[in-house]
Design a protein around this ligand. Structure first.
Ligand code: NAP
Length: 415
């Protein structure tokens, strides 16, 4: 059996990291003990994955250390990385006594046709885990493989599976980020939240959840402002999730007078140095406002060839900070979740997530995001190249598969 896997040169190899290749290699015929062989049916692809790639070698994130590039002609794990993707698959072989052939699973997979994974002794009816002792323990959510048959959030309909791959990895970041903000009473009572890359799913899900919190608390005083690029302004306004939306060019002339008053939180999803400097400058001179904190959440504006992992959109270490500048906090979902797991029971967390997910699935249909299914290795590579050339449009939600020309759900066509 032949495997296909989407790989990228590592920036450290001196090659262009945006030159994706689909590598052919053999599927192992003998499966070591306590392993599973999966068919990866399909996976979501968004700016989140572009960020995983850009931070693949960054020492704090190490996204290239979840799956390794195969040894093939001109390719090795020394020179190439595999960008993780969230997807659905089916177990076709298992040498673990508690995990069974034929099980449908969801997890943090490689963009491949087949994936061989070790299974730790930590198996329960809801999930099993991939042992990755070389990574910090808080990466556990990435090591979890969810067993769909017992997943309270699982809906086997094809559209529900697609929406799961697209929203689940981002929505939980937005969800736990809002929970984190709420746990500090929005950083000491801030009433204005401004979010960059407002058209991205992570940003608008955060806006959606802040509005939800307002509704639960019976408060309409907390406002959410979106910043986006001119080309995505209309889409972001149509979402109707923000109180105001401004483009990057003109926000500083729009946010004045009454609109600017109060205590602010800036949530940065774009990770753009120049924009962040302008936001800080704006609040330095805005007399009636105070920027309480800047939260680094995403990096939609960087690609693997532009990333400076030391800066992450907040200037280099050598830049002298202004004394009046607020601190910059990095929100990393696994770290906050590991704290919440010490404060809340597993069943309380499960219940919170189930309620939020059910509501999201009921509400997201009106947001104007449409599924773009891309099937086959050449087509997936072409779709990736298009993202490198043009970026990601917010209305396109990608679901990719390295299998056949048509994605026939349930009876997938294989090449
Ligand atoms: N901290 C965490 O734990 C965590 C977890 C999940 C996601 N995130 C991060 O959140 C960010 C958003 O991910 P997503 O999947 O929600 O995004 P998405 O929905 O795919 O976002 C698409 C948006 O990204 C911006 N964009 C796309 N290509 C661009 C390019 N080449 N140059 C500049 N901007 C571009 C545009 O927004 P605008 O025009 O509005 O700028 C575009 O509408 C990612 O950086 C992701 O890594 C962080």
């Amino acid at each position: 059996m032949e495997n296909l896997i989407l790989c990228h040169p590592k920036a450290s190899s001196g090659q262009d990291p945006n030159q994706a290749i689909v590598v052919k290699c053999k599927v192992p015929q003998t499966i070591p003990d306590d392993h599973v062989l999966l068919e990866v049916d399909r996976f979501g692809y968004s700016a989140n994955n572009v960020t995983y790639q850009a931070l693949g070698e960054a020492s704090h994130f190490r996204y290239f250390e979840f799956h390794h590039a195969p040894e093939a002609e001109g390719v090795s794990s020394k020179t190439h990385g595999v960008t993780p993707v969230w997807g659905f698959g089916t177990i076709i072989k298992s040498t673990h006594p508690q995990v069974h052939t034929g099980e449908r699973v969801y997890g943090y997979f490689a963009p491949a046709r087949y994936l061989l994974l070790p299974v730790s002794s930590d198996v329960n009816k809801y999930a099993f885990f991939v042992p990755r002792p070389h990574l910090p323990p808080d990466r556990r959510p990435y090591n979890q493989i969810t067993r769909c048959a017992e997943d309270p959030l699982y809906d086997p309909s094809p559209t529900a599976e697609d929406l799961t791959m697209l929203y689940r990895p981002l929505f939980w970041t937005s969800f736990w980020c809002e929970d984190w903000l709420n746990s500090s009473n929005y950083k000491g009572g801030s009433t204005q939240i401004i979010i960059s890359s407002a058209s991205s799913k992570t940003a608008f899900c955060l806006a959606y959840l802040i509005r939800r919190r307002n509704a639960l608390q019976g408060s309409s005083t907390r406002r959410v402002i979106g910043l986006t690029s001119t080309k995505n302004l209309a889409f972001t306004k149509r979402l109707a999730l923000y109180d105001d939306v401004f483009d990057y060019e003109s926000f500083d002339t729009s946010l004045v007078g009454n609109l600017a008053r109060g205590r602010w939180i800036y949530v940065d999803v774009a990770g753009n140095d120049a924009l962040n400097a302008r936001v800080r400058d704006h609040f330095r001179v805005c007399g009636d406002s105070e920027l309480a904190t800047c939260i680094a959440l995403g990096l939609t504006n960087v690609s693997a060839s532009t990333i400076d992992p030391l800066s992450l959109g907040w200037g280099s270490d050598s830049e002298t900070p202004h004394t009046a500048d607020p601190k910059v906090e990095h929100f990393f979902m696994p770290e906050w979740l590991s704290i919440r797991k010490q404060q809340l029971s597993v069943s309380a967390i499960t219940q919170m997530q189930k309620e939020a997910w059910t509501r999201l699935m009921a509400d997201c249909g009106t947001w104007g995001v449409s599924l773009r299914r891309v099937c086959g290795p050449e087509q997936v590579k072409a779709a990736y190249d298009e993202i490198v050339r043009r970026g990601l449009a917010p209305e396109d939600a990608f679901v990719w598969t390295l299998w056949g020309e048509s994605m026939e759900y349930g009876s997938r066509a294989k090449l």
